[in-house]
Design a protein. Structure first.
Ligand code: SAH
Ligand code: CA
Length: 213
């Protein structure tokens, strides 16, 4: 289930800054040659990520779930002059492709691309993070959140993708991933350390802002 009907999505994209030629090529190439291309953020969501990052001007971004690098490149567009982005993915098969894309984006010195299991890597990283994008295995969303929250600066932002899970969050009978996302959304809603808004963009983005204590 898509939240927005096709015509309205098309109209929204027509009134959104186009993708750069590189992002367009990554989008096309991913759809032609990579498994599960629906995972790629795409034009509209990519511009949302870019816009949010530009508003924050982060010095340090953490992305969990690189896939083909599309969202990483969008998020990196907002980096402060000396800013860095760390992105993690467990799939080593995409490594060469993704490194090439980061090079082409002129990001090789700004991006630290880590291959491995994020449930192990995240706890070894030092913050403070200004912006975190959680977009890997849905089962571990709550775990990733718990691992990063203390490393996010006050006023920092965590974005969690696919929190509407194609509308499955409303279904009575839920599979493992759906249950994990429902639990995650509930946990954030109850966490007094943050304020949050669920943006019904594409598959749902939960935007979480850490409060000052
Ligand atoms: N952020 C990308 C899409 C990410 S798709 C975009 O918007 O374009 C989700 C990715 O999470 C996949 O590439 C998958 O390999 C990765 N992933 C799944 N489990 C993981 C884990 N435990 N650690 C790190 N990456 C993981
Ligand atoms: Ca996603």
């Amino acid at each position: 289930m898509d939240i927005l009907n096709e015509d309205l999505l098309h109209y929204s994209e027509l009134h959104t800054t186009p993708e750069s030629p590189l992002l367009k090529a990554i989008n096309r190439d991913t759809h032609a040659k990579v498994m599960m291309p629906r995972m790629l953020s795409g034009h509209l969501q990519g511009r949302v990520l870019s816009m949010i990052s530009k508003l924050i001007q982060p010095k340090l971004i953490l992305e969990i779930g690189t896939y083909t690098g599309y969202s990483a490149i969008c998020l990196a567009e907002g980096l402060a002059p000396e800013g860095k982005l760390i992105t993690i993915d467990i799939n080593e098969e995409l490594q060469d492709k993704v490194k090439k894309y980061f090079d082409e984006a002129g990001l090789s010195s700004k991006v630290q691309y880590r291959i491995g299991d994020a449930t192990k890597i995240v706890s070894t990283l030092d913050g403070p993070f200004d912006l975190v994008f959680i977009d890997a295995d849905k089962e571990n969303y709550s775990r990733y959140y718990d691992m990063v929250i203390d490393k996010v600066r006050e006023g920092g932002i965590i974005l969690a993708d696919n929190v509407l899970w194609s509308g499955k969050v409303l279904q009575a009978k839920q599979d493992k991933d759906t249950r994990a996302i429902v639990e995650f959304n509930k946990k954030i809603q109850q966490d007094i350390r943050v304020e949050n808004v669920l943006l019904p963009i594409r598959d749902g983005i939960l935007m979480i802002r850490k409060l000052s204590l």
